[in-house]
Design a protein around this ligand. Structure first.
Ligand SMILES: Cc1cc2nc3c(=O)[nH]c(=O)nc-3n(C[C@H](O)[C@H](O)[C@H](O)COP(=O)(O)OP(=O)(O)OC[C@H]3O[C@@H](n4cnc5c(N)ncnc54)[C@H](O)[C@@H]3O)c2cc1C
Length: 373
């Protein structure tokens, strides 16, 4: 079988750009296509936990990344009235001089990923995607939507929850499903006490505060939304305040500041788990295209970055693609499955108003994800 030299990455999200960086560092030729015409990113910010800080260090971009992020070590869990339940220290997995956890705006993270991928020599094309894909065993012929044709040794589907690559190869059988919950997010000027991730939980609702920069933080709250109703933009602030009605303490105080309809980022939670293996012929799926879950453990982007590190490492090790893909599945399936299933389970407990103690779940997740990938 022809060795892998030239790779197409479909999707310029966290996983796709991470793949471009990891593969260029190992000398592979990388073309990346992103369907959106510019690098706009949806959402507010993300939590980057210990294992993901380590993964970003392995991508070789941690110092650059930390310049535009907020570093912290602990995660605290509170009741909905604001009383503290537990503080869980994170592990400094990237080394003693680096933080355990980081909060970062999606925009800032994307800026670092795009700049690093471009600097390393990946070809990044916007506003283009794959029209057709023909894998003859020795290579994959791609017709792009702009009419260009190109042949690749490997195609990586990094095109997210509604992956077109997955659709072309797995068909309609693998489709995202709405879990019954949504998440609401809103940015605020950071309060001094929000210098780490603060999670507020109770049987009625779950919210949190995440620092993003010295000036900025965001709030999230999950809600049960039977039937996945369409939300009118003008109504979003009032609806988000309504979802926060049961909270006292800091969340209760901040609730009244939610007034800008354009500032509320509302997202129904949808999940998909592609049946293993996540590869067919010379095409492989990573990140949300393979295993999109809910954000209850804040690990989705982390799993995408870990996927690309493992895939790049196995490609560099060489040998037939069957070996590379088997090693990729062995190393990624158990962890991604655990994160996907545990996240969905927490959402189900929330929907059924089961008052769970999150501390052991978070501690277990931190222990498991601290293991080498
Ligand atoms: C509300 C919410 C909060 C979250 N919070 C966290 C968190 O705190 N921490 C964390 O680690 N994770 C979090 N996640 C999960 C995280 O956002 C995802 O797991 C992560 O973005 C997956 O990366 P990806 O690159 O696989 O997919 P995406 O980020 O979805 O990127 C896919 C890219 O492919 C592009 N694309 C789509 N179709 C095509 C096509 N046909 N051709 C070319 N390009 C295409 C898209 O435009 C996009 O740029 C959260 C998710 C949600 C919904």
């Amino acid at each position: 079988m022809k060795p892998v030299e030239k790779i197409l990455v479909v999707g310029g999200g966290i996983g796709g750009l991470g793949a471009a960086i990891a593969l260029r560092r190992r000398g592979f030729a990388v073309d990346l296509v992103e369907v959106k015409p510019d690098w706009t990113v949806y959402g507010v910010g993300i939590i980057v936990q210990c294992n993901v800080v380590r993964a970003i260090a392995q991508l070789g971009i941690l110092d650059h990344f930390l310049d535009s992020a907020f570093s912290f070590d602990n995660v605290s869990i509170y009741r909905t009235d604001g009383g503290r339940i537990a503080t869980i220290p994170g592990h400094r997995l990237a080394g003693p001089d680096y933080p355990a956890n980081v909060g970062v705006s999606r925009r800032a993270l994307h800026n670092v990923l795009v700049a690093s991928a471009a600097e390393l020599g990946a070809s990044l094309r916007l506003g283009v995607t794959v029209e057709t894909l023909n894998d003859d065993g020795d290579g994959v012929d791609i017709l792009f939507t702009d009419g260009r044709r190109e042949r690749y040794d490997l195609v990586i589907g990094a095109d997210g929850l509604f992956s077109k690559v997955r659709g072309l190869l797995w068909g309609d059988a693998v489709r995202p499903r709405f879990t019954g919950q949504s998440v609401w997010r809103y940015n605020f000027r950071r309060r001094p006490e929000v210098d780490h991730l603060m999670s507020f939980t109770g049987p009625e609702a779950n919210a949190g505060l995440v620092p993003l920069t010295d000036e900025l933080m965001y709030m999230y709250v999950t809600s049960v939304e039977p039937g996945n109703p369409r939300m009118e933009t003008a109504q979003l602030p009032a609806l988000m305040r309504e979802r926060l009605a049961g909270f006292g303490g800091l969340i209760g105080e901040l609730r009244e500041e939610i007034t800008d309809p354009e500032g509320v980022v509302y997202k129904p939670l949808e999940v998909v788990f592609t049946p293993e293996p996540w590869h067919r012929g010379r095409v492989v799926l990573i990140g949300d295209a393979a295993h999109a879950t809910t954000p209850h453990l804040g690990q989705g982007a982390g799993m995408a970055i870990e996927d690309v590190l493992v895939l790049a490492e196995e490609l560099e090790r060489g040998g037939p693609l069957e070996r590379v893909f088997a090693a990729y599945m062995d190393r990624r399936l158990p962890r991604c499955k655990y994160i996907a299933e545990t996240s969905i389970q927490i959402g189900e407990w929330e929907m059924n108003k089961v008052d769970i103690d999150r501390s052991p779940i978070v501690r277990q997740m931190l222990e498991l994800t601290a293991q080498p990938i």
